[in-house]
Design a protein. Sequence first.
Length: 320
Amino acid sequence: MTHRVAVLLVPPVVPFDTTIPGLVLGSARDAGGRPCYEVRTCTPVPGPVASDSDVEILVRHGLEVLDEADTIVVPGTYSREETDPRVFEALRRAAGEGRRLVSICTGAFMLGMAGILDGRRVTTYWRRSEEFARRFPAVEFDPRVLFVDDGRVLTSAGLAAGIDLCLHIIRSDFGAAVANDVARLVVMAPVRQGGQAQFIAAPVSSGNGTASLSVTREWALRHLDRSLTLADLAGHARVSVRTLTRRFGAETGMAPLQWLLHARVERAKELLESTALPVGEVARLSGLGSADSLRAHLVRRAGLTPTAYRAAFAADPPRG
């Protein structure tokens, strides 16, 4: 069945945030080309919805859409005290029924004001972090990450981090192959490592003319079947190992070999989903070496053996 998503706009909205669920989730297709999600937008009072810019967004559906949704997404909003109380009633009802609640950027304030976030680990846009932490002291707030998946409640940092979270949702619901197809459509890295802390402190470039390591990371992704070392990565980037390690941490929030291992596991997951290759060959092509190594890493990260992962996510699981 198509997963039903309701996007709840609480004016005044952040226009960019409002487009993310429809664009990203709405682009997901299964192996037969069928939409994975049905995305509908709603608001307390249907009609023109004010934003923080000089545009209005015409919304045709009211809050009744929320009662039909499997997932509710609340994009960024500047609303605080004047929010329609029906919004909080609907969100609390959805939480009580066990439906998935998602916020993008400052949409987390709506979940917090509804009392849904108490005791949970969450995040929001870093520029609103002090306000958020002050208003919701019972929340375990993490301002460093791009998004948090806390079971039935998921929250993201600002703007583009909403795309990261939607790709994560697709990956969790339908597997890495579907998510990677959508990532290519929206010209986004399938998994963007690190957190928003890297954007708070400094831009990706050092500011002194030093180029980003993104080209080296792309090169590594094309050669995951090789036994790549720190020296190999540093050689490609034409920097010392020490400089590579420092800049890798600044750009991704991870050490180079930690990032490389994550990329290998993601490649293995995609191959398990999209091919019928033997597990040993999947391990070789992803650079994990052996079937035993692949099994150990996949169980640690996904909680499934390669065979179980393939059975759960492959578009056409091999028979026999």
